[in-house]
Design a protein around this ligand. Structure first.
Ligand SMILES: Nc1ncnc2c1ncn2[C@@H]1O[C@H](COP(=O)(O)OP(=O)(O)OP(=O)(O)O)[C@@H](O)[C@H]1O
Ligand SMILES: O=P(O)(O)OC[C@H]1O[C@H](OP(=O)(O)OP(=O)(O)O)[C@H](O)[C@@H]1O
Ligand SMILES: [Mg+2]
Length: 281
């Protein structure tokens, strides 16, 4: 049985639950359930704090985990990213009272509050900035007002939390994060692990792509294929009507209306878009 760690609380929880459900795994019945055994899919799901997941996977007690890239780096655990999942996107940034600092180099000798001390310390060391890192558990944005820190380094998504306390970001982003699947560094990928990855990638494909079908005059097929190249090349079948072919290809969901317009311009007819329910590429 594959042993997978899944966030039990916080920003990644709902989206992780959704993608696993779409990948065919048994969902947990309520938020208090800490372990789900799913023998039909040869998997055990362990619901853990996102911050701890890289630690378990790095130790090798669990085979795989879903956590944030920023938390993986922060932990310093011997675990590595295998596939990004496209949700839980955030940036990790410096913030301070407006117009106080413009770059990380100005933070030498100052105090920076964060709940990602590992990630921040490594970033400062890489840039040769000697600052004091104040480790807090959460709600770090308040640390400046309370006089505990001169600047903060924290997760920013919409920026609402910072705006609400009157802080502004400055300097370059420290890191870009999203939810990722991790495994122990250098560990071999078992069949069960590879199947999990294929299933999750299948869900991502089904979310990001659609099928397009259309009919076109045979002499314009090269132009059509340039517009809808598909994955391994589109399927082109003869139509009963002389001189016409039917084309079927996967295209990105984003921009599919433009693709339909372009096909219409070169004379395509009966252009249909259908959703992909599941995929294994
Ligand atoms: N508002 C947000 N939008 C998108 N991703 C976020 C947001 N807040 C946190 N994240 C991401 O979610 C992951 C887990 O963070 P989360 O805040 O859920 O954990 P935590 O701070 O340990 O938990 P808690 O907030 O319950 O104490 C991190 O990778 C982080 O980048
Ligand atoms: O830019 P925003 O959209 O406002 O999102 C960013 C906020 O979300 C997270 O907070 P969370 O709710 O996890 O609380 P925490 O600080 O206690 O972790 C993060 O730590 C930021 O505070
Ligand atoms: Mg949080």
């Amino acid at each position: 049985m594959l042993r997978l760690a899944v966030p039990n609380k916080g920003a990644l929880t709902d989206a992780a639950q959704t993608i696993l459900k779409e990948a065919g795994y048994r969902p947990r019945r309520d938020s208090k359930e800490l372990v789900v055994v799913d023998p039909e899919n040869s998997i055990e799901l362990f619901f853990l704090r996102p911050r701890d997941i890289a630690v378990y996977v790095g130790e090798g007690t669990l085979d795989a985990g879903i956590t944030g890239r920023d938390m993986l780096f922060d932990s310093g655990a011997p675990a590595e990213e295998v596939v990004p999942l496209g949700f839980g996107r955030s940036t990790f940034r410096f913030a301070s009272a407006p117009a106080t600092y413009t770059s990380v180099d100005e933070l030498a000798g100052l105090r920076i509050a964060t709940s990602y001390a590992g990630l921040l310390s490594k970033y400062l060391a890489d840039r040769g900035v000697d600052a004091r890192v104040i480790k807090l558990d959460g709600a770090v944005e308040t640390a400046i007002r309370l006089g505990v820190a001169d600047a903060v380094a924290d997760v920013v998504e919409t920026g609402t939390t910072l705006r609400n306390v009157g802080l502004e970001v400055f300097g370059e982003p420290i890191a870009h994060s999203e939810a990722v699947v991790i495994k122990q560094s250098g560990a071999a990928e078992t069949n069960g692990f590879q199947q999990l990855i294929r299933r999750l990638q299948g869900v991502l494909v089904a979310r990001d792509y659609v099928m397009i079908d259309y009919d076109i005059r045979a002499e314009r097929i090269d132009e059509a294929i340039a517009i809808t190249p598909g994955m391994e090349g589109p399927t082109v079948s003869p139509l009963h009507r002389e001189g016409w072919v039917a084309v079927r290809a996967m295209i990105p969901r984003k921009g599919h209306q433009q693709v339909m317009d372009q096909l219409w311009e070169i004379g395509a007819k009966a252009i249909l878009i259908t959703a992909i329910f599941a995929a294994r590429l």
